[in-house]
Design a protein around this ligand. Sequence first.
Ligand SMILES: [Zn+2]
Length: 301
Amino acid sequence: MLKFKLLGTAAGGGIPQWNCACTLCHLTRTHSAISAPRLQLQAAVSSDDDNWFLLNASPDLRVQIEASPELQPNPQFGKRNTPIAGIVLTSADLDQVLGVLLLREFQPLTLYTTRLIRKILEANTFFRMLERVPNQLTWVEILPNQTFQLGEEITCTPIPLAASLPHYAKDIDTQGEDYATLGLILDSRSRRIAYTPSLPEITEELLALYETCDTIFVDGTFWSDAELTRTHSGTPPARAIGHIPMSGDDGTIALMSKITGPQKIYVHINNTNPVLDPRTTEYHQVIDAGWQIGHDGWQLD
Ligand SMILES: [Zn+2]
């Protein structure tokens, strides 16, 4: 069995974003029946319902846990417990790691990540709150193409993705370390899932890997390369910040048009992306191309 839940589907900032009055943030605030609010990207997996593994840890994690009974402590097991058995960190981006700080109430945690990402986090003194008592934090080093277990039945294989370090990490000494961003392949007896919410490029190897999957989660941050700049002048184009847009000859819809086996789901959607409004031609192009747009609460059946 492989249970997979999306607890949030938005890119950093969420939808609506606190300081954004763009068309779509405004639409979400005023017409939530057309464009529903979205929490920042968060996924959780389990093979037995009792032990859950988080894929990254979003800044919205507290709300996401309270919205998901399966992630909440059980009074039968005492006053302090959690079904969250571990957290896999695939990058050091704040939107992916800030949630770890919310889980600091003397709770033993296991973090699966690369040496590079661990180094970056440990360079930030905030994270010492997770190591106040012995055995509070257990780090498990992961490496691309080396499988590890998430519980009894789920095998996880990290895949390396090209990426630069987050801006806040530029001055941290990371000499000799690699792998700032990973994708994940999750295997159970019944299913194979690819989780790649941040894609700076699509290689032939990645396309071949997608073909072997039942469900793939793909970077749906932007519709077009210029979208962010057009909405907020002075901001960079999509590709410059590591996201292939959906549209265009070199966008994910075109590049992945031959991938027809797996269920294709866009996640990590930015509040500037017109596909959030189902009345747009962009939305219909995505759906007509055989894609789904992930939503908060989506789960694998
Ligand atoms: Zn906005």
